[in-house]
Design a binder for this molecule. Sequence first.
Ligand code: AMP
Ligand code: ZN
Length: 471
Amino acid sequence: MIKDSLYLYNTANRTKEHFTLPQGIPEVRMYACGPTVYHYAHIGNLRTYLFEDLLRRSLEYFGFKVRHVVNITDVGHLTSDQDDGEDKMEMSAERMGKSVLEIAEFYSAKFKEDLKHLNILPPTVWCKATDHIKDQIELIKKLEEKGYTYRTSDGIYFDSLKFPRYADFARLDIAGLKSGARVNLGEKKFATDFALWKFSPKDRKRAMEWNSPWGVGFPGWHIECSAMSMAHLGETLDIHCGGTDHIRVHHTNEIAQSECATGKQFARFWMHGEFLRENNSEKMSKSSGDFLTLDFLIKKGFDPMAYRLFSLTSHYRNYLNFSWEAMENAQESLNSLRKRTQPFIGIEGGVKNVDAREWSLKFKEYIGDDLNSSAAMGVLNLMLADSALEDSEKAALIKEFDGVLGLRLLEKVEKAKHSVEDVAKVEALIKERDVARENKNFGESDRLRDVLLGLGVIVKDGKDGADWEWK
Ligand code: AMP
Ligand code: ZN
């Protein structure tokens, strides 16, 4: 490894590679797949955005300027990867009795609020699929002209067997797919073909549909990322990232359609964050509707920075297992770390002597080794215990390291309004009240409601027991 350099794991080649920019490219062209705004982001999704924030901060730490683009998917993401099922946005709008636009605005704003809570830097550019319909149509037209598409009764499809490298990225077994049992392909020619443009149903007007050379309809989910990233970053990106679930289908399809359209390499580095799991189950899923949000952690008395610290304790390419016990440990680690860094607030920094520079080099070495955040946090802890350092040097090093870790270590924190213990007390009283209600002891349940009100808690009764919120 070359000293003082950044190495990143490139999914395309399954190796760590030295990251540099090609000659003449002034800034890192980085694209991250953003949320489909049909629901709240869950803390698993947020783990991926935390990884991308760590990546962005690390690139800047290594002296790169970064142009970071994140999309908002507000059309075209169907409930099935097989290009059928319902549009997630339209389904959500129906469920909530709102328009698709209202849904998109509501969940986009909520998502941006989550990022702010987690101290995730806003991207250089936010873009929305519905603002780029023309770019998507143009890209599909290019593919059509080059002979990569075909038409079925429900849309325009990409002919994946015409792209000989289709299977390479995800190491797919095309021969196996060819010889395997035929899944229900409908009019698709091959299992890995995918929709570029879907027609609106004949008997119903969709909430969101556009004219196109092929008929009224809407773009497929994959084409949106190719079109938007090219519109904002050009035909070749330096880094494209997302969660590991995107390797097999979404990113494989993005590569196929982009490289067939332009004849150029689409992204030089592909980086993927591994999943957050809950209780060791396969994954936390937004479509199941049963998941943890950042707001819920906050309601439970946790500081969003404790979740950030929790995610930094494991490498971004490893599974991370969520448990309440792990969250409590992360909150304790954050509290004790803050106790040690807060005395340095307001102290002018300056890294002078050799010892101080050594800490800096060590930290950089770990971050440079494919973003080894847990080892880098170890360096921070050891540095804080180094009695040979002057206060001004420690202050400078905390600031430098926190520029990458983003834990707000040099910001004054107001004491959290509610501690984890307060929440536990409230939940015990809620349970007690649920039992009283089950036993039809309404006098006792009213008394407990008043006790809770005294603690600043509003109780909301529902058919599955009571929910509550802080006043
Ligand atoms: P979505 O809004 O479903 O498109 O997901 C947004 C991002 O979160 C994508 O990059 C996904 O790969 C990622 N993601 C989804 N579920 C998880 C999870 N359980 N842990 C980590 N990342 C996830
Ligand atoms: Zn994408």
